[in-house]
Design a protein around this ligand. Structure first.
Ligand SMILES: [Zn+2]
Ligand SMILES: [Zn+2]
Length: 112
């Protein structure tokens, strides 16, 4: 989750208001609720959505590391951890590369 969803109850009356909670409601099922609807309809268990968004954002900022296998070849295939696109690097590579397919960076670390 990278963005706050809209409140499910507001949606039913045609309004778009960002939800703050993923909460069980007095009707039974879980719903995304804005502050106001959380106060009137929400009950435990409840998760604060802002926490989840923060966690998701922290993860996507990290540069994943790909460890190269030990090989006697001159080049090694590495797979982009985000999209799976392969590219070749030298077996003693030790640097950050940018994926040509998805544009995300990842770090290749040599085992040599
Ligand atoms: Zn609402
Ligand atoms: Zn990629």
């Amino acid at each position: 989750m990278e963005k706050l969803p809209n409140c499910d109850v507001c949606k039913q009356s045609g309004r778009d208001r960002p939800a703050k909670y993923d909460s069980k409601t007095q009707f039974g099922p879980h719903a995304y609720l804005c502050e106001e609807h959380y106060q009137s309809l929400g009950c435990e268990p409840t998760t604060q959505l802002e926490e989840r968004v923060k966690i998701a954002a922290a993860k996507t900022d990290q540069i994943p590391v790909v460890h190269l296998p030990l090989t006697l070849d001159d080049i090694v295939d590495v797979e982009c951890p985000r999209c799976g696109e392969t590219r070749t690097v030298e077996p003693d590579a030790n640097y950050t590369v940018e994926c040509e397919s998805c544009g995300n960076k990842f770090r290749v670390v040599s085992a040599i």
